[in-house]
Design a protein around this ligand. Structure first.
Ligand code: HEC
Length: 409
């Protein structure tokens, strides 16, 4: 999904010379203005940072020298780009030698936003490498983060930045968390595989023979542990100008297996639906959900679920859904078209269709620059005979782990 996630060997000497060059040419680029605090504190910090930088250059120089001396003759003239060594010079002054700035470090008072802890496995895993590539290449403001995170576009090539991001990604020892690169867009009908920290407002307008009805849902999703999620949904319905709280759903989801190289994630879960109306029955809704990156431009998601009523079994159904999203840009903010197909088979079709198919073309909008607020809209059209003419869907999605709704626009 990112422009150039592959890393290939690049001469380290080269990169460091370019990096040094950049530091010399535009010191403000690497230590942006807010970083230099006037007054004695600022000055002593700068002196300290300079000393640290000289120390690190010596260390890295030693590493490079050792690489050249110890490497076989053939590669002596082109030592490979060593992200670990470059990190210590280019990133560690602000991000800490070990991926986090230790608590109480005097450096912390110079940051508007303290750099996040790269060693925290939940935080590190949930952020897509493609976003971190953009932040490292274009600087913090490109994704509405602090301008104290500089742009490295002139210091490093895309391959070098990918190698640095890959290095930063391996800081946490705990690898039991699904990677955020497999967090695909939330579809309208298909269930999403990735566990989320999200609030979603869903609105659905349904037209049946010219008569409209509304179904509004507030959904709270919260991650639990490494790979689980709990869900609470409140469902409100308006029919014939009569609105009422119709149902509450409680849910659990677990990411069962995933593979980053194969761009694949499979989850399983179940919801329990408790209706508030007198003659309604409790339903269990078990499901499987799959996400798959097809290429840099397309993702596929598919899910299978069943509504299993606890009293009148014949009221239940089985439903399969799939959606393909087109990734029109590597930036979180953008418009992403998608096409979704849903097939529903009632346990007891009576004299209706055995399988009811609907098509839902939709547009997914990344609204905020950091991508934590999104809107998904679509129209669902039945292609077999169904009990409605069309449905209009709109979903507002707020990923609260990435900041308050009104931040990072
Ligand atoms: C001059 C200080 C400074 C340097 C040098 C620096 N960073 Fe940062 N970086 C920051 C700050 C401050 C933030 C936090 C921005 C925010 O949260 O608003 C940040 C954020 C980031 C993030 C985004 C994390 C998130 O919250 O999603 C990434 C990725 C990152 N830096 C990578 C790097 C890499 C890789 C390097 C070295 C090539 C580097 N940084 C060098 C200051 C720096």
């Amino acid at each position: 999904m990112s422009d150039g996630r592959q890393s290939r060997p690049v001469p380290v000497g080269d990169a460091l010379i370019r990096f040094g060059d950049l530091a010399g040419r535009g010191a403000n680029r690497l230590s942006p203005t807010p970083f230099f605090v006037p007054g004695a504190g600022g000055f002593s910090y700068l002196a300290l940072a300079t000393l640290q930088a000289i120390h690190r250059l010596l260390v890295v120089g030693g590493v490079v020298l050792a690489q050249i001396l110890l490497a076989p003759a053939a590669s002596a003239s082109s030592p490979v780009f060593d992200p670990a060594a470059v990190y210590q010079v280019a990133c560690a002054p602000c991000h800490g030698v070990s991926g986090r700035v230790p608590e109480g470090d005097p450096m912390l008072q110079h940051f508007k936003n303290v750099p996040a802890d790269f060693t925290d496995p939940l935080f590190n895993s949930r952020e897509p490498a493609s976003d971190w590539f953009l932040v490292t290449k274009h600087g913090g403001p490109s994704l509405a983060l602090s301008s104290q995170m500089p742009s490295f576009a002139e210091a490093f090539s895309d391959e070098e930045i990918s190698a640095l991001v890959a290095y930063v990604k391996q800081f946490p020892e705990d690898r039991g968390y699904p990677p955020g690169d497999l967090n695909f867009f939330l579809p309208i009908r298909t269930i999403k595989a990735f566990p989320e920290d999200e609030v979603v407002l869903k609105m659905r307008y349904q037209d049946t023979d010219g008569v409209g009805s509304w179904r509004n849902i507030v959904e709270l999703e919260k991650r639990i542990g490494r790979r689980h999620q709990v869900t609470l949904e409140l469902i409100h319905e308006i029919e014939d100008d009569d609105g009422s709280l119709a149902e509450m759903e409680l849910g659990w989801k677990t990411a069962l297996t995933w593979s980053l190289p194969r761009q694949f994630i499979l989850s399983g879960g179940a919801n329990l639906a408790f209706p508030f109306a007198a003659n309604s029955q409790v339903e269990a809704i078990p499901y499987l959900a799959l996400g798959k990156g097809l290429s840099d431009s397309f993702t596929l998601q598919a899910s299978a679920r069943s509504h299993v009523p606890t009293e009148r079994f014949e009221d239940g159904d089985f439903e399969a859904s799939a959606i393909i999203h087109c990734l029109t840009t590597v930036w979180p903010r953008g418009v992403f078209p998608a096409f979704e197909v849903t097939a529903k088979a009632p346990f007891d079709p009576g004299d209706g269709d055995a399988v009811q198919v609907s098509l839902t073309p939709q547009l997914h909008f990344g609204l905020s620059r950091g991508g934590h607020v999104r809107l998904n809209t679509g129209v669902e059209i039945p292609v077999s005979r169904r009990d409605y003419d069309f449905r209009v869907h709109a979903m507002l999605i707020w990923d609260f782990a990435d900041g308050w709704f009104w931040k990072r626009w």
